[in-house]
Design a protein around this ligand. Structure first.
Ligand code: ADP
Ligand code: ADP
Ligand code: MG
Length: 652
């Protein structure tokens, strides 16, 4: 076995590989970019090497630097992880030329299979069913157009060198075809440096099912069963599971056999995944081979009880495949959810930044890039963790994963935790009857359902400050029963104005006791319960947690991330500011001289603020009608806080 290897990757997969190295007593060298100098994946390494600045092209994709680092630190082999250079035959070749071992397939295999058109031709020759379409990639628009017209619509244009679901285009009609082809070629060129496209029949509502295989490089291969990856967003996997639910035994056997046949025909070496789509008629079509460890390998590890990284290391070290096919079994059911720092409500915009607090569910496998806190650099894929549940059957695994998401906290960056929860709650997902476009069609799952609760939590976060300073809240216990039904009475206990995700909101306090506060907003009263820290609890049946940010709070409610900022009157626009009476300095509201609905004349006292034993009157500067009182007597206010809202009469 190896004494020392270099892990040519970052984030959760670098840590995943390191874990197996530690267990097997293999030393590892970790690499990093300038943006990852303090990243968790450097932990436990015998040596760390900085490859260059943040952008991947200057660091994790620098073949020369990686090979040099491996040689200089006396590594014997290089594990590429997934993404980055893992499917780059040039990297595998450079590693081998330097006298090191590449932990993966032979460079020629990677090159052959990296071209989807060639891969399909090879598989067709090996007797594996492939999606109908061209076997030869082209970047000649005229030729592609002829190919599209030769098969039935809809048709899929796919970059031959593509990956990660990027750059595919569905053609549903012949109008505008030439333009669509030109644009597809352009996108492929800019994303993959190769504009060649393949043309395939677009299979309607297929499932994506893939087979994990291991080859010994001499024609021997075993499968480690299949994974269902039909829950995708724009052709990228979101939730994966093993085994595939409700797959007839006969269809499963066909898939496993096809993958083995393909692997043997290629003398495939090390780990590989044969991806298929399965039509509603259970027809199976080969898509591509991923010549690396997959993101979703943990579900296979869970059901087989095997360590796939250990297998990779052993096979690369020249050992035979660790187990014969008959010794590999699939037990129970496993499901994985990918946690991304991205905002599902904003078209999944990546949300790089500092994770101020992360907490992961106990009792489940969590493969993560960061533990309690850390950075999500803007340069790389924003996946921060994978949460994997394994149980006796699918329903139990779903329940465990769903509960695990409730126990997942990520504060400081937007994340898809709430979205994943909604996905897992969906009846079609629970029944296992989905296809690869299902999530794209379910736009309704994108929007958080926790906004009302978040308003209540945001308000409650402003509450302790007030309570500590001896305001009426601490005396408010017991009077909530009546207030609960009466917003005005609730508001009489005080109102707060703040910004939730930059949107101004207002809420009133209806009651308070030792456990929490009743918050009235938009005609509804929500009870916000909090623990002793005041920064965690439940609201409207949802869990919430908060931590201070630079100028407010990061809040997670029901898995959705929000920012809360106190709203300073100075930030209001001029038109608004006109009808507001604000505190001239920080202090305590000593008296309120008016009530909502009162008429006031210029110079009338509205409220009195006491500060440093001095009283300061807030007066009306025009005639008008009092609209609302924003603070109660005895409450602490800060300079600029809104005290009384007045609708001034229009100027004559
Ligand atoms: P899997 O089948 O393991 O889910 P994906 O195809 O989704 O694999 O890709 C795995 C990782 O590699 C993802 O982080 C993805 O963004 C990245 N990736 C894959 N192929 C490419 C590529 N050609 N260019 C850039 N990133 C890629
Ligand atoms: P990538 O290299 O980007 O992973 P794949 O060929 O593996 O590309 O396809 C990714 C996803 O795109 C599949 O999981 C499936 O959802 C969809 N897809 C690919 N080819 C087809 C097809 N011919 N018909 C329908 N969907 C397809
Ligand atoms: Mg794929």
């Amino acid at each position: 076995m190896w004494k020392r290897i270099l892990i040519a990757n970052r984030g959760e997969i670098a840590r995943r590989i390191a874990r197996t190295c530690r267990r097997l007593g293999i030393e590892y060298v970790a690499v990093h970019s300038g943006a990852d100098a303090a990243a968790a994946h450097l932990g436990g390494a015998v040596e760390t090497v900085c490859l260059g600045p943040g952008p991947a092209g200057d660091s994790y994709l620098r073949i020369d630097k990686l090979v040099e680092a491996a040689l200089r630190t006396n590594c014997e082999a290089v594990h590429p992880g997934y993404g980055f250079l893992s499917e780059n035959s040039g990297f595998a070749t450079a590693v081998e030329r330097a006298g090191l071992v590449f932990i993966g397939p032979a460079p020629e295999t990677i090159a052959m299979l990296g071209d989807k058109a060639r891969a399909k031709a090879l598989m067709r020759a090996a007797g594996v069913p492939v999606v109908p379409g061209t076997d030869e990639a082209s970047d000649d628009p005229g030729q592609i157009e002829a190919q599209v017209r030769a098969i039935d619509l809809p048709v899929l244009l796919k970059p031959s060198a593509g990956g990660g679901g990027k750059g595919m285009q569905v053609i549903t009609r012949h109008e505008g075809l030439a333009g669509a082809i030109e644009s597809a070629i352009r996108v492929a060129r800019s994303s993959f440096g190769d504009g060649r496209m393949i043309v395939e029949r677009y299979i309607d509502q297929p499932r994506h099912i893939e087979v994990q295989i291991f080859g010994d490089g001499r024609g021997g291969a075993v499968h480690l069963f299949e994974r269902e990856c039909s829950l995708q967003r724009r052709h990228q996997k979101v939730v994966e599971e093993a085994p595939a639910p409700d797959l007839p035994a006969e269809a499963r056997q066909r898939l496993l056999e096809a993958a083995l046949q393909g692997a043997r025909s290629l003398n495939y070496r090390n780990a590989g995944t044969f991806e298929f789509i399965v039509g509603r008629d259970l027809q199976c079509y080969f898509l591509e081979v991923n010549t690396r460890l997959q993101v979703e390998h943990p579900v296979t590890e869970a059901v087989t009880g095997l360590d796939l990284v250990e297998w990779q290391l052993r096979v690369a070290a020249g050992e035979p495949l660790p187990l014969a096919q008959s010794a590999i079994a699939c037990l129970g059911h496993a499901i994985e959810a990918r946690v991304y720092a991205e905002d599902p409500a904003q078209d999944f915009r990546p949300s790089p930044g500092t994770v101020a607090r992360a907490r992961w569910p106990a009792g489940l496998r969590v493969d993560t890039a960061l533990d309690a806190s850390g950075e999500v650099p803007p340069f790389y894929d924003p996946m921060v963790a994978k949460i994997i549940a394994h149980a006796g059957d699918r329903q139990a695994a779903l329940d465990a994963l769903r509960a695990g998401l409730d126990d997942t906290v990520l504060l400081g960056v937007a994340a898809n935790v709430g979205y994943l929860s909604r996905v897992l709650d969906d009846p079609a997902v629970r029944s296992g009857h989905v296809h690869t476009r299902y999530l794209d069609e379910r736009k309704d799952l994108l929007a958080p359902r926790s906004r009302e609760a978040a308003v209540a939590v945001g308000a409650a976060l402003h509450f302790p400050v007030i309570a500590e300073q001896g305001s009426p809240w601490t005396r408010g216990a017991g009077q909530g029963a009546m207030d609960r039904h009466c917003l005005d009475a609730g508001a009489s206990l005080g109102r707060v104005h703040f910004e939730l995700d930059q949107e101004p909101v207002a809420a009133g306090f209806a009651a308070a006791d030792g456990q929490g506060v009743d918050v009235a907003a938009a005609g509804k009263v929500s009870r916000v319960v909090r623990d002793a820290s005041g920064l965690r609890g439940r609201a409207d049946g949802r869990g919430w947690e908060a931590c201070p940010s630079e100028s407010g709070w990061h809040v997670q409610v029901g898995g959705d991330h929000y920012t809360v900022h106190p709203r300073r009157i100075r930030e209001l626009d001029g038109a608004d500011a006109d009808r507001l009476a604000t505190a001239p300095m920080s202090g305590v509201v000593a008296a309120l001289s008016v009530r909502p609905g009162d008429r006031v004349q210029p110079g009338d006292t509205l409220a009195i603020i006491e500060a440093m034993k001095m009283e300061h009157a807030i007066t009306a500067h025009q005639a008008g009608t009092v609209r609302a009182l924003r603070h109660a007597r005895g409450e602490s206010v800060r300079e600029g806080d809104l005290i009384v809202e007045v609708d001034y009469d229009a100027a004559p």
